[in-house]
Design a protein around this ligand. Structure first.
Ligand code: GDP
Length: 627
């Protein structure tokens, strides 16, 4: 489905032409009829000679109502630029063409109207020549110029044929399954309730769909749909649509709000844009200037941050960040227009590059500009990479939200980014930028090697310390450490470089021998941790624990590793023979003291080898893991 829009100076015959083409009077306001002038948007539809049904948005040409024009012009596919043969090019002819150009509407026809008023064929030739000059250097350079009269019917057939040709040349409307309807009118119909209209893009709506109104987030349901006064079950992208909403009152909705599926569109107040200042703008655009921002059917005041220039001069392009006074629902690639509020003037426009940067950028930052450049012009894979860089792993949904890609586009972009080694897939649904992972690996190596250097008597860095220094979430950290297993060993809560070994000095080795001897002499009632530390020092004792030569089961209770194993095996043996083990039976079996027996059994309870029942212990749920 397609929508045609009119454009041109006031009184040049736009509404009359639409009425002639469609039989519908687009000037619906009483005041418009009285003043014989279009104030607000008018809507009509028409069946072309090839039987294609198209919508027509008739915009006001008067300079006072240019902002109404902006609310309706956004969604159109083809423009009919109306120029009256008797007057030729006028100020709003220029302004409207500039706006069409900024909005990226490149397909158009010039209707040279009121030719019935001109007797002199040379005059028509002259005006045509004038218009050709005017169009050269614009996107409308090749637009056909068709002399018509809505009064005599001259040229109307030719105009219709040109429209068919223009529409044939357009690419198909894509259904991204992300329907958006920028609302250009809200009204109530008695017996039905709230109705909103707009030009639908991005996807289809179905009767019964749950929808949201942005930016308010109000929830409603589609009770009925109309397209060109036909009741329909499905409204297709590219068509003019009226939606009968249930659950939402008329006064809760404004022009410029957007109807979307729940959760798909997020309003924003900061937006990064590529901007072009019009060549005939009366003054340059300054940093911090207050402007009016128009996008879709929405309008709000905005403050301009010039990211790359001190000033933007007439005809110049630049990068801006706009701070919107009211939240607006925007998509990447949406076109927008800026106007000075006073004196009122259309000054330029461009394209949304990042609809939700989430933060204010510093000015004159090379990196920020480069990022914006990639967002605007990069391949889909480059853009995904850029989105993923610096971030922790991203879920597919996050990539989609940040990129603004529809499902199929996203699949393609992800696949290409994986093929080009820009992204790495961590799990079914999680991705990370290759360069981010490389940075992280570098950082990881640095932290571990530094730890080894600072702590020669420690086997390695505790997992948790490494995790918090890398600033990673638990799940990703575990995966990351697994990915590093070529170079680094992770065991018993410690991570070390595979080649790292603790080297004791000769005097330390002598102290260790003394300690080990003492522990071997009374294996089941060994020296306490503090006593052991007095012999070898805290650091060496810690190293012996890291190395698993000594096992610490409580603050003060340590055993030689082989004794620790023997004690547990003994406890489990007792359970096997006697049905259970107690502090007393363990104490007696090993000739140890109550203190050690209690410490050991509390430890085996804690690690699941035993389970306490009254004063006895039976096999715990992890007893089978003991070897
Ligand atoms: P708009 O402001 O561009 O929508 O212009 P209108 O459609 O309201 O037309 C402005 C005036 O021009 C009206 O008085 C029309 O009757 C008149 N008009 C429009 N089209 C033609 C035409 O083809 N021939 C003549 N003679 N008058 C026209």
């Amino acid at each position: 489905m397609r929508v045609i829009g009119t454009a041109g100076h006031v009184d040049h015959g736009k509404s009359t032409l639409v009425k002639h083409l469609t039989g519908i009077d687009p000037d619906r306001l009483d005041e418009e009829k009285k003043r014989e002038m279009t104030i607000d948007l008018g809507f009509a539809w028409l069946t072309l000679p090839n039987q294609e049904l198209v919508g027509i948005v008739d915009v006001p040409g008067h300079r006072d109502f240019i902002e109404n024009m902006l609310a309706g012009i956004g969604g159109i596919d083809v423009a009919i630029l109306v120029i009256a043969a008797d007057e030729g090019i006028m100020p709003q002819t220029r302004e409207h063409l500039a706006i069409l150009d900024l909005l990226g509407i490149e397909s158009g026809i010039v209707a040279l109207t009121k030719v019935d008023l001109i007797d002199d064929p040379e005059w028509i030739e002259l005006v045509t020549q004038d218009i050709e000059d005017f169009l050269s250097g614009t996107a409308f350079v090749d637009a056909p110029i068709i002399p018509v009269s809505a009064h005599s019917g001259t040229g109307i057939d030719s105009l219709l044929r040109s429209l068919v040709a223009c529409l044939d040349d357009l690419p198909d409307n894509t259904n991204y399954h992300r329907p958006r309807l920028p609302i250009d009118r809200v009204f109530t119909v008695s017996g039905f309730g709230t109705v909103v209209t707009g030009t639908l893009s991005g996807g289809a709506f179905y009767v019964g769909d749950s929808v949201e109104i942005q930016p308010s987030g109000l929830a409603g349901r589609i009770r009925g749909l109309q397209s060109y006064h036909q009741t329909v079950e499905t409204a297709l992208p590219g068509s003019r649509v009226a939606i009968n909403l249930s659950g939402i009152e008329k006064n809760q909705i404004n022009r410029g709000n957007v109807v979307s599926l729940p959760g798909q569109v997020h309003p924003t107040i900061l937006v990064d844009v590529a901007y072009r200042h019009l060549p005939d703008a009366s003054r340059p655009l300054k940093h911090n200037a207050e402007v009016k921002f128009f996008c879709g059917a929405a309008e709000t005041v905005a403050r301009v941050r010039l990211l790359a220039d001190e000033l933007v001069q007439a005809g110049q392009e630049s990068w801006l960040q706009l701070k919107l006074e009211n939240p607006v629902s925007l998509n990447r690639t949406d076109r927008f227009i800026l106007r000075f509020p006073s004196p009122e003037e259309t000054i330029g426009g461009g394209v949304i590059v990042n609809s939700n940067p989430g933060r204010q950028w510093k000015r004159f930052q090379q990196q920020v500009i480069e990022d914006l450049q990639i967002r605007l012009e990069g391949t889909p894979a480059e853009r995904l990479e850029q989105i993923a860089i610096g971030a922790s792993p991203l879920k597919r949904t996050a990539l989609q939200e940040k990129s603004g890609y529809a499902s199929e586009e996203l699949d393609f972009a992800i696949q290409t980014a994986l093929d080009e080694n820009r992204l790495i897939q961590l799990s079914d649904n999680t991705f990370i930028a290759t360069s981010s992972l490389q940075d992280l690996s570098r950082q990881n190596t640095e932290i571990i090697l530094d730890f080894h250097q600072q702590n020669p008597l420690r086997l390695g860095i505790p997992r948790e310390e490494l995790r918090s220094r890398l600033g990673l979430k638990q799940q990703f950290f575990n995966l990351f450490i697994e990915m590093q297993s070529n170079e680094f060993v992770a065991e018993s809560g410690i991570i070390r470089q595979s080649s790292h070994e603790i080297q004791f000095s000769e005097s330390q080795q002598r102290q260790i021998n003394t300690l080990l001897q003492s522990m071997q002499q009374s294996p089941y009632t060994p020296p306490s941790y503090s006593n052991a530390a007095n012999i070898v020092g805290h650091d060496v004792l810690h190293a012996l624990i890291d190395l698993n030569h000594i096992i610490q089961i409580q603050q003060e209770v340590i055993f030689l590793q082989e004794i620790y194993v023997e004690l547990i095996a003994g406890a489990l043996d007792l359970i096997e023979h006697d049905g259970s083990v107690s502090v007393k039976s363990l104490r007696d079996k090993f000739g140890t003291s109550r203190k050690y027996a209690i410490a050991l059994l509390e430890h085996t309870d804690a690690i699941g080898y035993t389970k306490r029942v009254g004063d006895e212990r039976i096999r715990g749920h992890k007893a089978d893991q003991f070897t």
